[in-house]
Design a protein around this ligand. Structure first.
Ligand code: PLP
Length: 395
């Protein structure tokens, strides 16, 4: 590693991340190279961000073309790429309007504000509670942290925003008890990402939808991690046969350029009129030009279907490993969002894989999260399975 830069980073950058001892300098497809020229197969993808892999030719071209034309003008003006991206998104889901932000947290922040304002506008100012899930993750801003069901990342930031309640994920009876006439929205990830790649029972999301309709509250799906083909359909909720009132996107929407989006039906979005919410950078022509190309590529190359097939193949291979290695407690996931729960802490496995040229990461101490670019191939998956087989024999 370039030690001087690592030392500078360690003493100059806020120490909020415990980093792996790796300086990455280049990427192509599902491969990354460090500063010594060593190659790694990437099963992190920038945390489910680079669905099209690194430096996809058409994305580089879209970025370069727009970079030479126009970067930023403010949302006081119209720009073409933003309009085209919004049109693409609303053509491909339940929503009729999009608010562009710069991150997942900001997209969720907008969703929380919209859900509250929707009921304020209807003369129900006390209907402001949001019910979300234990082990959920919605972001690190104060409102989205307040909505997040993980105490360990909330510590030290009291007082958080009021009006959030938590129930166990995938427990419809618990949700039934928590939702009432004070609830403005139920907020959840169709598949929990940071919480451990937790999948709901097939009927759960439909039950949640029915309960929201019964109680007259909104349903918000946080698809920041699960969206854009990752789980085997363009948006994960499609597989469950339900539609939300609001959906948030971010991670893979820009394949690495910062963008978030909050999408809503016309009826709900009507509460975001002129001046109700804003952002300086959200939806800039530079970022939306690339995101539009991301969307087109995901569709043209049928990457959601590819994620579904490869994910199934991957889990089958992991289940074969599970028969051999009792250290594997569970294999789960949807599409190429794959979780491997271990009976031990995963840090050593992550390190051993990295030493063998594979980048993976571990969440909730014991769950390996495998989220490669959707353009990855079977040979690379086979190679990781072989590596895991070796590593699990040794630890
Ligand atoms: C990553 C993530 C967020 C936060 O996104 P940022 O861009 O880091 O603010 C929110 N929700 C989910 C489900 C996520 O995975």
């Amino acid at each position: 590693m370039s030690h001087s830069l690592v030392e500078i980073a360690d003493r100059s950058i806020a120490a909020t991340y415990a980093r792996y001892p790796l300086m990455l300098v280049r990427g192509q497809g599902a491969t990354l190279w460090d500063d010594k020229g060593r190659a790694y197969t990437d099963f992190v993808a920038g945390i489910a961000v680079c669905n099209l892999g690194h430096c996809h030719k058409r994305l580089v071209a879209a970025l370069q073309e727009q970079a030479a034309k126009l970067w930023h003008v403010s949302n006081l003006f119209y720009t073409g790429p933003q309009a085209e991206l919004a049109a693409w998104l609303v053509d491909h889901c339940f929503a009729e309007r999009v608010f562009f932000a710069n991150s997942g947290a900001e997209a969720n922040e907008a969703a929380i504000k919209l859900a509250r304002k929707y009921f304020k506008d209807r003369g129900r100012p006390r209907r402001y509670e949001i019910v979300s899930m234990e082990l959920s993750f919605h972001g690190r801003t104060m409102a989205t942290l307040s909505a997040t069901g993980q105490d360990k990342i909330k510590q030290g930031f009291d007082p958080l925003l009021e009006g959030f309640r938590f129930v166990p994920f995938n427990d419809i009876e618990a949700l039934r008890k928590a939702v009432n006439s004070s609830t403005c929205a139920v907020l959840l990830e169709p598949v929990q990402g940071e919480g451990g790649v937790n999948c709901p029972a097939p009927e759960y999301l439909q039950q949640v939808r029915a309960l929201c309709d019964e109680q007259g509250c909104l349903l918000i799906f946080d698809e920041v991690q699960t969206g854009m083909g990752r789980c085997g359909s363009l948006f994960a909720h499609r597989q469950f046969g339900v539609e939300p009132d609001i959906m948030t996107l971010a991670k893979a929407l820009g394949n690495g350029l910062p963008i978030g989006a909050m999408l809503a039906s016309e009826k709900v979005a009507a509460s975001f009129g002129a001046g109700a919410h804003a952002t300086t950078f959200g939806g800039s022509p530079l970022v939306t030009a690339v995101a539009l190309e991301v969307c087109r590529l995901i569709e043209q190359e049928d990457l959601a279907q590819r994620a579904a097939e490869l994910g199934k193949y991957f889990r089958e291979g992991l289940r074969r490993l599970q028969e051999k290695h009792p250290l594997i407690v569970d294999v789960r996931g949807r599409g190429l969002l794959v979780g491997v729960e271990l009976g031990i802490e995963g840090a050593k496995v992550v390190d051993a894989c990295r030493q063998r040229g594979f980048l993976i990461n571990c969440i909730q101490d014991r769950v390996l999260r495998l989220a490669p670019p959707l353009v990855i191939g079977r040979a690379e998956i086979d190679a990781l399975l072989e590596c895991l087989d070796e590593v699990l024999s040794e630890v």
